[in-house]
Ligand binder design. Structure first.
Ligand code: NAD
Ligand code: GLY
Length: 367
């Protein structure tokens, strides 16, 4: 069992990582129950695979569960389901000091976090992430959001959870493709500022994806520690440090937009291809060695993740993809900040990227 603190003054909280923690949920979550009850929000897939474990763990400690089950999928991060969730939370009389439990992946975590941020002018929530992506990234740091017609994650709030409970064994029921997509976010921490961890990924990534529990636990803890440090340093993405977590996301977002934010390309898969593109673009601009860019692509390819436009199933040309980037919420004063690299573990925020260079690169990179 490992505890990683997120140091944010009065908003500080712990992340507890423990294999099998869901079965012992009563011990870990009892302090968040009011009058012996916890409201748990989840989606239908997670309800089928993991809700009974959580319920049994809570009931064993005398805590009754009020489950709210929403449909799975990105479409649930929407006005429609935000409204439905808020109405249901009000109907079960959630109070301002209560803690709502978000059991699920990034979709449930982002939606519940946002609902908690506005319900009765702000109540509390606890993250119990059940995808690798949510365990290593989205459950930590307090970014919450829903999507709108204008784009993804455009309506939201910073609202930190009170606690994050990570049980890696919940990943046993997660489809292999989803585990691999989440693994892209693990690799990201190595590429940002930890070349030794990237080398660890090269050596251990395949075993992790094949279900090696020790490798999985190590990667989750390493990622969570990296994210907690970044969030503690730059909670609201104002100094540029937290922006490093967006490595691969600007290219990735354009690829996701081209594929309609659909199952053709999962978010983590878009990030994987986006990181490979960011490194190859950096090499083309003379910022980093081509050998580093090739090493990144080789590792992503080795674990079955997309690493270029073809493997991401993207057909659009450079100009069209850059058009998608212009809708990015990171646009500021008509400029789009880009995460580029001087080498593996040397990511930095570039504010002077010429988008016509990006479009030309994408056309040439397709080959
Ligand atoms: P997701 O929540 O849609 O989960 C992926 C799929 O796996 C869903 O079908 C879900 O029902 C299923 N699932 C989840 N856990 C399961 C389990 N243990 N067993 C069986 N099935 C399970 O997707 P995700 O990849 O976790 O999250 C993607 C979302 O996260 C996106 O909306 C993205 O914008 C957001 N995100 C947010 C942040 C942040 O900092 N807040 C960071 C990264 C991504
Ligand atoms: N996933 C990016 C962030 O939390 O800032």
């Amino acid at each position: 069992m490992t505890t990683v603190p997120v140091a944010l003054g009065s908003r500080s909280y712990d992340i507890l990582i423990a294999e099998g923690a869901l079965d012992d949920a009563g011990t870990h979550l009892a302090r968040f129950a009011r009058n012996g009850r916890l409201v748990v929000v989840t989606d239908d897939n997670v309800a089928a695979a993991q809700l009974t474990r959580l319920e049994d763990g809570l009931v064993a400690a005398g805590i009754a569960v009020e489950p709210i089950v929403l449909p799975s999928g990105e479409g649930t991060k929407s006005w429609r389901f935000l409204e439905e969730l808020l109405d249901r939370l009000l109907s079960v009389e959630v109070e301002r000091t209560d803690h709502i439990v978000a059991l699920g992946g990034g979709v449930i975590g982002d939606l519940v976090g946002f609902a908690a941020s506005i319900l009765k002018r702000g109540c509390n929530f606890v993250q119990v992430p059940t995808t690798l992506l949510a365990q290593v990234d989205s459950s930590v740091g307090g970014k919450t959001a829903i999507n709108s017609k204008a784009g993804k994650n455009l309506i939201g709030a910073f609202h930190q959870p009170s606690f994050v409970l990570i049980d890696p064994s919940t990943l046993d029921s997660l489809p292999a493709r989803e585990v691999a997509a989440g693994y892209a976010e693990v690799v990201k921490y190595g590429l940002i500022d930890d070349p030794v961890f990237f080398a660890w990924c090269e050596a251990n990534g395949a075993a992790l994806l094949a279900g090696d529990r020790a490798a999985r636990a190590y990667a989750i803890e390493k990622s969570v520690r990296a994210k907690a440090a970044i969030v503690a340093d730059d909670e609201r993405e104002t100094t540029g440090r937290r922006a490093l977590l967006n490595l691969g996301h600007t290219f990735g977002h354009a690829l996701e937009a081209d594929t309609g934010f659909s199952d053709t390309l999962l978010h983590g898969e878009g990030v994987a291809a986006g990181m490979a593109l960011a490194f190859r673009f950096s090499a083309r601009q003379g910022l980093c060695d081509r050998a580093d860019a090739d090493r990144v692509a080789a590792h992503l390819q080795a674990v079955g993740l997309p690493y270029d436009l073809a493997t991401a199933h993207v057909r659009a040309g450079g100009e069209e993809l850059v058009g998608h980037m212009l809708h990015d919420k990171k646009m500021a004063g008509g400029k789009l900040p880009f995460l580029l690299a001087r080498g593996i573990g040397q990511t930095y925020l570039a504010k002077d990227v010429d988008l016509t260079d990006v479009a030309a690169f994408l056309d040439d990179d397709r080959g």
